[in-house]
Design a protein around this ligand. Structure first.
Ligand code: 16G
Length: 238
């Protein structure tokens, strides 16, 4: 049997196991276990796993191991939307787990983004956002207290943007910075992914139709479930 054939046989066997017995983010057996189980060389194991990485069936995290990839992504466009709208648009049910809700004095960066004096009261909401009960995103939002009186009174809420709208501060447009990051241990546990899993960090300052800053938020999306689609055009030379 040639090396090529052994590698392909192992790769096929692994795909079968992934499809039939493994869940997203389950770790693959170690190189040593695969070598023993299939009676192949380390090189064959590496080639087979490399092939699965290239096919997007598994992903590697340096120092942690190789894990089964989640299938199916949410591609978000740069049109203004809320989490609830994003998830409903995909015929899934949005959900939220409230992790923190408190009135705080605005720290310097929050105050700057919301055009407030440092120390002004802001409502800090921290939520785990889910789609069909699956964790998708961790969100921290800070809202000037005047727009979130209902929240400040401790009322739980499904959609933050509904609260803002009801307060006469309907979100209209936002400035965003999207960056790549990895999750820490606590975030990983909440999002149901391994430690150091890649994530998209979207930092947003949201304005209403009158131009008032009504929200500063940081959303941490699982990178296996979210990507952003951007339309670009060549700028015409004048
Ligand atoms: C989106 C916003 C977030 C906002 C949330 C409100 C981004 C990057 N972030 O996730 O800033 O707080 O929607 O959603 O789009 P809700 O109305 O469902 O609570």
């Amino acid at each position: 049997m040639t090396q090529e054939t052994k590698y392909e046989t192992l790769r096929r066997a692994l795909v079968e196991i992934i499809d039939s017995r493994m869940a997203p983010h389950d770790p693959l057996p170690s190189e040593r276990e695969l070598m023993q189980q299939y009676g192949v060389s380390r090189m064959t194991v590496r080639q087979a796993v490399e092939g699965l990485v290239r096919d997007g069936r598994v992903y590697r995290i340096q120092g942690s191991g190789t894990f089964v990839t989640e299938r199916g992504k949410i591609t978000k466009s740069l049109t203004f939307s809320s989490f609830t709208e994003d998830i409903r648009a995909r015929r899934m049910t949005p959900g939220s787990k409230l992790l923190l809700l408190e009135v705080q004095p605005a720290e310097i960066d929050v105050a700057r983004d919301l055009f407030l004096e440092p120390g002004s009261p802001v409502v800090h909401v921290r939520r785990l956002r889910t789609a069909d009960s699956e964790p998708m995103c961790l969100e921290n939002a800070w809202v000037p207290e005047e727009f979130a009186a209902a929240l400040a009174r401790g009322r739980d809420v499904d959609s933050l943007y509904d609260v803002l709208e009801a307060a006469g501060a309907a979100p209209e447009h936002a400035d965003q910075i999207i960056s790549a990051t990895v999750v820490n241990r606590e975030q990983a546990e909440l999002l149901g992914v391994p430690n150091n899993f890649p994530a998209l960090r979207v930092s947003r300052v949201t304005h209403d139709a009158r131009g008032r800053a009504v929200e500063r938020a940081i959303s941490l999306y699982r990178a296996d479930r979210y990507d952003y689609r951007v339309s670009i055009a060549r700028s015409r030379k004048k």
